[in-house]
Design a protein around this ligand. Structure first.
Ligand code: FAD
Length: 385
């Protein structure tokens, strides 16, 4: 398997790197400080056609998860929140492709690829996050569809999504097999979007609770055969994980960029602190770890593009997400250390990188859960997850 970016991917890298530096970086601190959704950044990404990158060509996309990773990496290098706009839009692709009917694929995918519609996905509930099978939201069959009742938390992007894929159990069955995703339109009667969380990181894209009371959802909005939706949820997470890893390597690279600038300008003991060997070794470790993470992420993205899925993809997607986001946390923390007290001050952007990195270790399956997937795969038990 080759890890070199092709001509088109290099062009995307050059373009997004320039736009990130010129148009996104100047907005990054403000988005974090005000915690206001950056509509201007969504519009910029839409104009550039970046939402299309990982969607199949037959649905208006470019068909490349690796290109998607490259774009996310360049944006996350300067602004985690702007990179997040792409990821929120992409998270359900795997589920729609794995479980959607042809009609559903035609209905959802081109509109998302063009950035004409926005989407969110909501599985997490107050009593169950990692344990997806523990959700209690229930979809009861009625004439022409379902009525859904339950409560969700941490639904990212909900206030701006045209529709939200909501995980709910069907029938009276309580097993993981009874979970399906249902596309619920934002204005649906009985759906209330609660007040956004006050977050330490990922502040520019709101995460909100949802309250559902007898929300009617037509049959054609159920993703996958009834009682076979759990696989769709897992496919969603598998295919999206390399892209989350890409956000980790972008964030780590950005932290290194800031640290390099700082240590060359800060003086101590009659010289710049970048002259000290102890500092150079820290920088060398930060660069090595980031480069190693990049290799894992590109490999997992290449597997998605080659059509690898299910148990074969799961451990590699998990390694990419887990390692790259652990590296992001480690590198961002070391970068704050290199800044000294300035790293703690809100005057400098570096503490934003550390706060955002922490979020990455928790979302899309915590890094303990990623390690479970990898360990179970090593022991040949991935099918029982
Ligand atoms: C910024 C942000 C955005 C989010 N956006 C969304 C969204 O859009 N949609 C959505 O559905 N959810 C979203 N989430 C929720 C996220 O997916 C969950 O927080 C995550 O899955 C962890 O669940 P939890 O917080 O309930 O932790 P828990 O599952 O309660 O876990 C608590 C701790 O126990 C550990 N743990 C749990 N089980 C195991 C195990 N088997 N082995 C080892 N350790 C274990 C966890 O790793 C964690 O450290 C978001 C969360 C955040 C922070």
């Amino acid at each position: 398997m080759s890890f070199a970016l092709d001509e088109q991917q290099l062009q995307i890298q050059t373009l997004v790197r320039r736009v990130a530096r010129e148009k996104v970086a100047p907005r990054a601190n403000d988005i974090d400080r005000t915690a206001e959704y950056p509509h201007d950044m969504f519009e910029l990404l839409r104009e550039l056609g970046l939402f299309a990158l990982p969607f199949p060509e037959s649905y208006g996309g470019s068909g490349s998860t690796l290109s998607a990773c490259v774009a996310v990496e360049e944006l996350a290098r300067v602004c985690y929140n702007t990179a997040y706009l792409l990821i929120v839009q992409w998270t359900p692709i795997g589920a729609i492709l794995a479980a959607g009917t042809d009609e559903q694929k035609r209905r959802f995918l081109p509109a998302l690829a063009a950035g004409k519609q926005k989407v969110s996905i909501s599985v997490t509930e107050p009593q169950s996050g990692s344990d997806v099978a523990g959700i209690k939201t229930r979809a009861r069959r009625v004439a022409g569809g379902y009525r859904i009742s339950g409560a969700k938390i941490w639904c990212t992007g909900a206030p701006f999504a045209n529709f939200i894929f909501i995980g709910a159990k069907t029938g009276d069955d309580d097993s993981r097999g009874s979970i399906n995703l249902f596309a619920v339109e934002r204005g649906a009667k009985g759906l209330e979007i609660g007040r956004k969380e006050e977050k330490m990181g990922a502040r520019g894209v709101p995460s909100c609770p949802l309250f559902l009371e007898n929300v009617f959802v037509p049959e054609e909005n159920r993703l996958g055969e009834e009682g076979r939706g759990f696989k769709a949820v897992m496919e969603t997470f598998n295919a999206a994980r390399p892209v989350h890893g890409a956000r980790g390597i972008g964030l780590a690279q950005g932290a290194i960029d800031h640290a390099l600038q700082f240590v060359q300008n800060r003086h101590a003991f009659g010289q710049t602190v970048g002259n000290f060997q102890g500092i150079r070794w820290m920088l060398a470790d930060m660069a090595m770890q980031t480069e190693a993470a990049r290799g894992l992420v590109y490999r997992a993205a290449g597997m998605v593009d080659a059509g690898v899925s299910g148990g074969e993809l799961a451990p590699f997607a998990a390694m990419a997400k887990c390692y790259a986001t652990d590296v992001a946390m480690k590198v961002a923390t070391d970068a704050v250390q290199l800044f000294g007290a300035a790293g703690i001050s809100a005057e400098f952007p570096i503490n934003r990188y550390m706060r955002d990195a922490k979020v990455l270790q928790i979302i899309e399956g915590t890094n303990q859960i990623q390690r479970n997937i990898i360990g179970n795969s090593l022991l040949g038990a991935v099918a029982k997850l």
